[in-house]
Design a binder for this molecule. Structure first.
Ligand code: PHE
Ligand code: ZN
Length: 876
């Protein structure tokens, strides 16, 4: 926590570093409260930085400085200056060796940045600016250096790891052991990592396409050693995929993954030594659900892909974060799409984007994919930088085609290997490799907000012409009142009366990508013998909202016929959305609620359709979430949203119960578990049916859930049944199921997290009293972000009903917890507070109560820079 008010950093102020670090030798003597760090840096004046020898400025936070020497000479303390966040050292020669000794306290480091202890294991997290909590250093990504690291530790820490290759190990005179690692690739400090602990590992190997054999190791506490297989399989798939799709090979002789229980994010791509949140790597069929299996596959891929998109080519400064994150999310999404169902993966990603990223982009923290300024960079690891950034890369892929995109990525990797570069460099490589001009496209990087496309059409039956008019606009966002038109790839098809795609030109093309570049533009198609029905934004070809006045009949038609599976799903969502809108209006007018019969019949025919991928059917049966409805609303009326959705779900369940039961029974087989896509698909549909059936609250349905719960041999089925029992039926059965589940799994951290999350996110179960009680549970730990996310985050983000209690107690609770957490872990506090920052979107009393809660955080005393930035920007 800082004394002065946090200052703002601007992209326009970027300057190249004054000094470069050619090599970095680190020496650690691990001790819980007093780890000694000695660093030896070969420093040289940056020839690109101008004349003279300015003082050397090093970043450093919460360090105990012991000594500074230059070229072996001790620098007296009177010569250098200790700054609030670093050190300033006078320089009188253009090249020298700087040696610094300092002490740090891993045990008391609850921020989980820098070096800290997690369940008795030492580990580091340096991105974005954590290295400065380890030692004084020019902690910026454009300073790249070759690292050598020696770790000395007592015998109870037999495993001592760092980046690169092990080059030496031995014992010290006092009986401790040491290991030295050398990383041959120059890297920024944010990719440094160190691990020390009593760990076991599983080992495998991978032979690259050019025939190099790479050792693969996954390290965990002994009790979790049986939960590494899936991550290992995923890693090998990812290595193969990056060779096949991007021509990228792994470049070291060893690749290590370490699982830690205390981690702020999902995982970290440290060179050769990825560190993972345990929840994002450990899985077994008995303990992990299908969605965690899939999440692990995608995160293992993501971190592995960073070895090229992030490590070999890194970011010049943190404004360029999306250069590595947007690109790498795009890469991992394509990897997952290739390993599983492409349409379902797309639907999942787009649902998340539309609810959470669109909400972020419409809220007080809205920022461009490449932000212009920040107070605390940790606050910019956002859905905008990651997911919208990935959509921007996907649009480039759409514009250039698969081959053109590959030419562009090849040029990018070749041209910038070993460099720290910008989003601009990425776009230029794409342009140069393809001879295209992406000038206007660049606005996706600089303008925030979600563009809206209003589409109208006209058909002239005399000459067979069809005109599609597209008007684009983008709402104002903080600091950006006016927006210029975006370059939007709009993929479309035109459906004829028989449901097939009509030919769009004489060559018979049936799908085109329209280049929308103007504020208003008309696209003409000729030779159409009938009035077509447009299928717009196929595959979600751009991160925009499309408005077109579809009728119910037209949406039903698209749902049945669209050649694009994503748009079939989307038509169903639009239809459901319209029905839910009507229900909300009826609720407000205190009329009796009635669900459109067409919606019921549409769902019925989806359920009966055996030609569709069962996973797609499961997605199509799901109503838009409360969060989605809230995002779409002008002003959020939480009560009406809850009532409308609850009613629609119950009405669907009642009307479809026969079909649901038939489907459930057909898919509820005793096939042995496998995390293969086809099996995951069947389980997802089966469990979607079970959830619907239990909405009826009928004994027969609840009995199915109970039987499934009692006999499940895998966590997917067990958790789905438990969820059904927790959310429906009588409290006694729910209590009993929760209790027996806990008794069975209490030793398993990941399952206990799931158990917490099921309760805190339940409309029925997760009342404020219950959530407070869960915080008193012996397995809860405020210092562990996963537990905080499961219990408090589950309530604030996934329990729309209880969080929005009209008395405002949910908001107050989140405010209180944010204040408490800020003292321990500012990054987590600044994320936890987000659900109460969107108060402006709520009408009347609820909005006022939310604002009051937010204000109470501001008034609670000295805030961390992280929390201060979010809260102050949201109170404006
Ligand atoms: N760079 C990590 C990733 O997305 C995320 C991360 C950021 C992890 C900051 C820890 C701290 O792969
Ligand atoms: Zn990443």
């Amino acid at each position: 926590m800082k004394d002065a008010q946090p200052s703002t950093v601007y992209l326009k102020d970027y300057r190249v570093p004054d000094y470069l670090v050619d090599s970095t030798h680190l020496h650690f003597e691990l001790q819980p409260k007093a780890t000694l760090v000695k660093s030896q840096l070969k420093i040289r004046r940056n020839p690109d930085a101008g004349e003279g020898l300015p003082p050397l400025l090093l970043d450093g936070v919460e360090l105990e400085l012991l000594s500074v020497s230059i070229d072996g000479q001790l620098v007296p303390a009177s010569r250098y200056r200790e700054l609030p966040e670093g050190l300033s050292i006078p320089v009188d020669k253009p090249a020298f060796v700087l040696e610094i000794h300092n002490r740090i306290n891993p045990e008391d480091n609850t921020s989980l940045e820098g070096l800290y202890l997690s369940n008795g294991m030492y580990c580091t997290q340096c991105e974005a600016e954590g290295f400065r909590k380890i030692t004084y250093y020019p902690d910026r990504p454009d300073v790249m250096s070759k690292f050598t690291t020696t770790i000395v530790a007592p015998r109870q820490y037999p495993v001592l790891l760092s980046n690169g290759n092990e080059i030496e190990r031995g014992a010290t005179e006092d009986g401790r052991q040491f290991v030295t690692w050398e990383d041959p690739f120059a890297k920024p400090a944010y990719l440094f990592a160190l691990v020390g602990g009593d760990l076991q590992h599983v080992e495998d190997s991978y032979t690259t396409s050019s025939g190099r054999k790479v050792k693969l190791q996954i390290f965990t506490e002994a009790k979790n050693i049986g939960k590494c297989d899936h991550a290992m399989r995923s890693l090998k798939k990812a290595m193969r995929w990056d060779e096949a799709v991007y021509g990228r090979e792994y470049d070291l002789d060893i690749f290590m993954v370490v699982a830690v229980d205390h981690f702020n994010m999902g995982a970290m791509e440290n060179k050769g030594l990825n560190i993972f949140n345990s929840a994002c790597v450990l899985a077994s069929p008995e303990t992990a659900t299908d969605s965690s299996f899939q999440r692990i596959e995608s995160i293992v891929g993501h971190e592995y892909f960073h070895n090229w998109s992030g490590n070999r080519v890194t970011c010049r400064d943190w404004f360029q974060l999306s250069l590595k994150e947007g690109f790498t999310v795009f890469r991992d999404a394509e990897f997952s799409a290739d390993m599983n169902s492409r349409a379902v993966k797309r639907i999942e990603d787009v649902s998340m984007l539309r609810t959470a990223q669109f909400a972020e982009d419409a809220g007080p923290m809205s920022h461009p994919v490449r932000p212009d300024s920040y107070m605390e960079i940790s606050n910019f690891y956002t859905l905008t930088v990651y997911e919208k950034g990935a959509e921007v890369v996907r649009m480039i892929h759409t514009l250039l085609g698969t081959e053109g995109f590959r030419k562009g990525s090849d040029l990018y990797f070749e041209r910038h290997d070993g460099q720290a570069v910008t989003c601009e460099d990425f776009v230029v490589a794409m342009e140069d490799a393809n001879g295209v001009d992406l000038t206007q496209f660049r606005r996706w990087y600089s303008q925030a907000g979600t563009p809206v496309l209003e589409v109208t059409d006209a058909y002239d039956e005399v000459n067979g012409n069809y005109a599609l008019t597209v008007k684009q606009s983008c709402p104002p966002t903080p600091g950006q009142e006016e927006k210029l038109p975006f370059h939007i790839p709009l993929a479309i098809g035109l459906l004829g009366a028989d449901g097939g795609d009509l030919p769009l030109d004489t060559s018979g093309t049936r799908q085109v990508v329209l280049q929308v570049t103007e504020a208003e533009q008309t696209f003409n198609f000729s030779g159409l013998l009938e009035k077509p029905l447009p299928s717009l934004l196929r595959g979600f070809s751009a991160p925009v909202k499309v408005r077109y006045g579809y009728s119910t009949e037209q949406l039903l038609f698209l749902m049945r016929n669209d050649a694009d599976e994503f748009n079939r799903w989307d038509a169903g969502q639009r239809l459901a959305f319209m029905a839910l809108e009507q229900l909300q209006q009826a609720y407000r007018r205190e009329e009796t609620l009635k669900l459109q019969p067409q919606l019921v019949e549409a769902y019925r025919s989806v359920l009966q359709n055996r030609d569709l991928d069962p996973a797609l059917v499961a997605k199509m049966l799901a109503l838009p979430s409360e969060q989605t409805l809230a995002e779409e609303a002008e002003k959020i009326d939480a009560e009406a949203i809850i009532a409308a959705r609850r009613f629609a779900r119950a009405a669907l369940a009642e009307a479809l119960k026969g079909d649901l039961l038939a489907c459930y029974q057909r898919l509820h087989t005793d096939k042995p578990y496998s995390p293969e896509a086809a099996d995951i698909a069947e389980r997802s549909l089966k469990n979607a049916c079970l959830a619907y059936l239990c909405v009826t609250e009928e004994d027969d349905a609840l009995a199915l859930a109970q039987v499934q719960f009692d006999s499940a041999a895998n966590m997917t089925d067990s958790a789905a049944a438990l969820s059904a029992l927790v959310n429906h039926g009588d409290t006694a059965s729910a209590d009993a199921a929760l209790e027996s589940f806990y008794q069975r799994w209490q030793q398993d951290t990941q399952v206990v997290e799931l158990w917490f999350g099921l309760q805190s996110s339940s409309a029925k179960r997760g009342t404020l009293e219950n959530v407070r009680a869960l915080m008193q549970h012996p397995a809860f730990e405020l210092k562990n972000p996963n537990k905080v996310r499961a219990v408090i985050g589950g309530f604030a983000n996934r329990n729309f009903t209880q969080f929005h209690r009209v008395d405002g107690s949910g908001f107050k609770f989140v405010a209180e917890q944010t204040i408490a957490l800020d003292k321990l872990n500012p990054q987590i506090a600044a994320r936890l507070v987000l659900p109460i920052t969107r108060w402006k979107k709520y009408g009347g009393d609820l909005g006022e109560k939310m604002k009051t809660a937010l204000q109470s955080v501001m008034d609670s005393g000295k805030l961390s820079a992280d929390l201060y930035e979010v809260v102050s920007k949201s109170l404006v």
